[in-house]
Structures are given as C-alpha cells and as structure tokens.
Design a protein around this ligand. Sequence first.
Ligand code: GRG
Length: 300
Amino acid sequence: MSVKFLSELENVRSKLEEKLDMLLPEADYGMEARLFEAMRYSVLSSGKRLRPFLTVTTSKLFGISEDSAYQAAAAIELIHAYSLIHDDLPAMDNDDFRRGQPSCHKKFDEATAILAGDSLLTLAFEILADNITHPDPSVRTELISSVAKAVGGKGGMCGGQMMDLVCHKDQLTINEITRLQRMKTGTLFAVSCEAGAILGKASKNLRVGLRGFAHAIGLAFQITDDILDYESHIPDIKNSSAIRIDKSKDKATFISALGVEKAKEQAAMLARQAIDHLDAFDNRAEMLISFANFILNRSE
Ligand code: GRG
C-alpha cells in the first residue's frame, strides 16, 4: 500500500480515538461507572476504524470541517462497536474474544454488555443530533434518518443479523447471501461513505457514485473477511477451493457458496467496480481508490 494512504489511515485513527475518548462518558461517574467502563473498554480497543476513515475521507471531498466530519465518524464507530458487543453475546455468535481481548460480556457480564451496546447506539444518535455535527437541522435529520435506516431491522444491519441467525447455509442462494451481507455489513459501510455527501449537500450524481462505491466495497470487505476467517481456521488447505463451514457454525458465507478461489475473484471484481463508481471525482478520489485496494489486500 502507498505510504501516503497508510499515513492518512493512521492520522484518521489517531484523531478519531481522541474524539471518541472525549465523547464517551468518564468511567469514574456514580453507580453507572461499570457501564461507562464497559463502553470505553469496547470502543477504545484496537479497531481498524475503517468506517470512520470513509466518513472523514468523503467529508473532505465536500470541504466539510474536521469538527463535523469527526462527529459523524465517531457516531458511526460507536454503532459499529455496539454491533460487535451484541454480536459476541452468547445469544448471538457467542465469541469470547474481540480485538485481541476478552469480549465485553466476558470481561464484564452479559447484562452490562447489553446495556453498553444499547448506550453506544443511543449515544451515537445524540452525537448526530448535536449542532456541532452540522449547523443545518435538515442536514442533521437526513443524516440521522440515513444512519437509522442503515442499522435498523428493515433492510439494515439488524435485519441482516436476523437472517444470519435463522438461515442455514444450504438454504441460501448466492443472491440471498449477497442480500444478507449487504444488510449485515454493507449498509453501515454505505452510510459511512454517504455521510460525507449528506454533510456536504452533494449533488445526486455524486451521491449515486459514492453509494455504488460503498456497496461494492462493503461486499468486497465481507468476502475478504470470510477469506481471512477461512484461512486462519484451516491453514493446511489454504489454497483449496473446497466448500467450508464458517467457524463450524453452518453459516452462509461467500466461501460456502462459491469456494475460496471464486470468492477471491469476486472480491477483486467488486474492488474494480467500486473504483469505477468514482469516475465523477477524478483525481480527488485517490484515497478512496487506495481504500478499495487496501480492503482487497488486507491481512487483518
Ligand atoms: C448485533 C445488531 C447486531 C448486528 C451485528 C456487523 C455485525 C452485525 C456483526 C459483526 C460480526 C462480524 C465479525 C461480522 C463480520 C464483518 C465485520 C463487521 C467484521 C468486523 O469489522 P472490522 O474488521 O472490525 O472493521 P474492527 O475491530 O477493526 O473495527
């Protein structure tokens, strides 16, 4: 990857973490301290901060101030952190570790983890509604509405998670897996990109381009996630195109549907398609193009 891109990713990560630290409640406050500690524990652990990178980068395309861009980016990262906490719960994916440390319910307890997730989700909307995010209330309302749709039940992240929980891998066609993944992880990527366009009151044409980029990148991200998971669990058949069962849980993944080699081809094709959607931005899209290549070649 280019040094310029990696240094920008690091720059956004560091500024975002300062912002998150400031927005999260101090963990030494009253009888709720345990809740605040759990929120800080989960959010301030070592995430890649990919979604905030997209929000900050697309905001720059429209000349948005850093104050506004990082508010929106922080809200989106809080929602991402909530989804990870709840996804790790025994009732969902039942994972003991997240970001190299015990998952929130393991470190604290299930009730605290549920409340920490709920509080992060609601804090995110409080931040989006703040006039630091944008002085124009109609822009804030549009942003709140778009984020709510992206992470809700109908067509959004929660709906995708429900499909994932109820569907056995053999029940789903490749189109259905695509829809599931688009809802479960793609919509948050999409709104992370769209946030910059909403804050910048961008033209329809530019928004459509960014949305196309984001959806393709979201699917490419999910495929590379499946590939990394596959390769870390079954190292000796790393290069095989055999169909596998994701984390031994019978989940529908792009690899269960396509096999690993075809899944890799699909990810590469999606990254190319994502870049094609950026034509209208000419050379201003350099960072987003690098992001697409970064997703395709990532190793974590
Ligand atoms: C519980 C409402 C609810 C939704 C959960 C997004 C999601 C739905 C669950 C996450 C589980 C998971 C591991 C999905 C695979 C794709 C994914 C979102 C990976 C984690 O994202 P990264 O790699 O994580 O950006 P970091 O830790 O770097 O932030």
